[in-house]
Design a protein around this ligand. Structure first.
Ligand code: ADP
Ligand code: MG
Length: 480
């Protein structure tokens, strides 16, 4: 069977449903289909050599399983590294006390998310170099964002405790106070912002403390690289000579045994030497899965705080403050509309604001309620309402005049199977539920049934305008 790009997309859909978000986004999503694929060999392109090694070792089997699910056989799989384009090392110019070890390799499209972040960071590093006091021996493996300071952080009920703890830690000379500090919470709620704020304050105080901030992905990749080059001693020393170690998003370490082990030892060594450790994650240590128990309990043995979703008032204050920083006057009704519609993620709120500002600068028009609706329709749709699978099933059963029970039944006659497929399709489209979750809610069906339904409905609506019309109506009914 010839493997096509569509097949690879289905494979990715399955991978996405099987793996946790961070794993999928970091390692699997960047893998692209290569059109040199033949009937008996699937060829895919991986952004870097490092990723190729890692993916081949860690994910080859899940990829094979997913291919098997889609086409029923397992072909040979070849992983190829995408050709490189530019290699830049501008950070060399930074003063010698700053050990910058990140090498940035920019390559042909698409750039891996991590690489993009690095490239962005690099340019910030250049602008930042003036701001770092020479006596602060700041080692960057990933770069601090100068905008992420305590001054720019809006405090509200959702984050006041975390903010207060972060400030105390940044100001305290006593490293045993709240050590380790474990900050957790959902995506885009200010964890990284607070962590960078602490780093800025410590380094700017001129105490000469050596702060090492890195994402856990970077920790992971350096660990793997050191293993390969047999440089574990240097790796260990790097960490053990810092005063403050910050690792962002430690959930990435989950399930990586060797790295966890090394992290655990480094961690213990640092705590024993009374060094400060600051960590963030999307969940509390207690809830993190794929982390060894002894590491989990060590992670949580200092102070653990959570950043919650900010309330309306805090969201408004964040918007107004960001707009002010960008020199834009934001009318109250526009701010209210944004803060009302985009309620669960500050990063998205900020993204929406940036889009509006860019538009207004390009068109030289003020930001009005109308422009907001016009420009952010797609964003708002997701926020209008949280739609449940149950609601979708009910609405569609009602619409096609079938019994709700038939959404779950094994009956396969077309007048029932078709609405059921449409319900699965809309469940995928309008909710953030995973394929297996959707399958389960339709009478314990398999996720491949859902994939099949999604494809079938896609085809149907292309071929039959009345189905396309039904879908539009249903989508509207459900979203409003
Ligand atoms: P996380 O690390 O929790 O995913 P970030 O720290 O990256 O989130 O925050 C996402 C964006 O939202 C950043 O641009 C950050 O400046 C902004 N942000 C989040 N919370 C606040 C806040 N309380 N005040 C100001 N900006 C915030
Ligand atoms: Mg973050």
């Amino acid at each position: 069977m010839k493997i096509t790009e569509q097949i690879w997309e289905s494979v990715q859909t399955i991978l996405q449903s099987k793996l946790d978000v961070s794993t999928f986004e970091s390692w699997l999503k960047p893998i692209a289909f290569c059109d040199e694929t033949t009937a008996d060999k699937l060829i895919v392109l991986v952004p870097t050599k490092f990723m190729k090694d890692w993916v081949t070792r860690e994910y080859n089997q899940v990829i094979k399983d997913a291919v098997l699910e889609v086409i029923g056989v397992v072909p040979a799989i070849e992983y190829r590294v995408k050709p490189f384009a530019v290699v830049k090392e501008e950070t060399k110019s930074i003063s010698s006390s700053h050990v910058v070890q990140t090498k940035i390799v920019e390559q042909a499209q698409p750039v891996h998310e991590v690489a993009k972040e690095e490239i962005r960071s690099q340019s910030q590093e250049i602008t930042k170099k003036q701001q770092v006091k020479p006596d602060a021996l700041l080692e960057h493996s990933n770069v601090l964002d100068p905008r992420y300071s305590f001054d720019n952080f809006i405090v509200g009920k959702s984050n006041e405790f975390s903010y207060a703890a972060a400030r105390r830690i940044a100001e305290s000379e006593d490293n045993t106070l709240y050590n380790p500090f474990f900050l957790h919470g959902g995506v885009g709620l200010g964890k990284t912002h607070l962590m960078h704020s602490i780093a800025h304050q410590i380094t700017e105080a001129g105490s000469g403390k050596k702060v090492l901030y890195m994402s856990s992905e970077k920790f992971l990749s350096q660990f793997v690289q050191s293993m390969r080059t047999n440089d574990m001693i240097e790796f260990k020393e790097r960490f053990r000579t810092v005063d403050v170690l910050m690792i962002d998003d430690v959930q990435f370490l989950a399930g990586k045994d060797g790295t966890q082990e090394e992290f655990f030892h480094t961690f213990n060594a640092l705590v024993d030497m009374n060094k400060r450790i600051i960590l963030t994650a999307d969940k509390s240590p207690h809830e993190l899965s794929g982390i060894e128990d002894r590491l989990r309990s060590r992670l949580g043995c200092g102070l653990t705080t959570e950043v919650h979703i900010p309330g309306m008032e805090t969201r408004l204050a964040i918007l107004q403050s960001k707009a002010k920083n960008m020199g834009i006057e934001l009318s109250n009704d526009v701010a209210m509309l944004l803060a009302d519609k985009i309620s669960s993620n500050v990063r998205e709120l900020e993204g929406a604001l940036n889009r509006l500002i860019a538009h207004s600068q390009l068109t030289q028009q003020e930001i009005t309620i109308d422009t907001v609706h016009q420009l952010l329709q797609d964003l708002f749709r997701n926020y209008n309402k949280i739609i449940t699978l149950d609601e979708i099933q009910k609405k569609i059963a009602e619409f096609y005049n079938i019994k709700m029970a038939d959404m779950h039944s094994a009956r396969r006659s077309r007048d029932i199977a078709r609405p059921r497929q449409i319900a699965m399709y809309l469940s995928k489209k309008l909710t953030s539920k995973s394929l297996p979750e959707i399958g389960r809610s339709f009478g314990g069906r398999d996720h491949t049934t859902v994939i099949h339904a999604v494809k079938a409905v896609d085809k149907l609506q292309a071929a039959d305008p009345s189905i396309a019309e039904d879908l539009k109506i249903l989508e509207n009914l459900l979203s409003n």
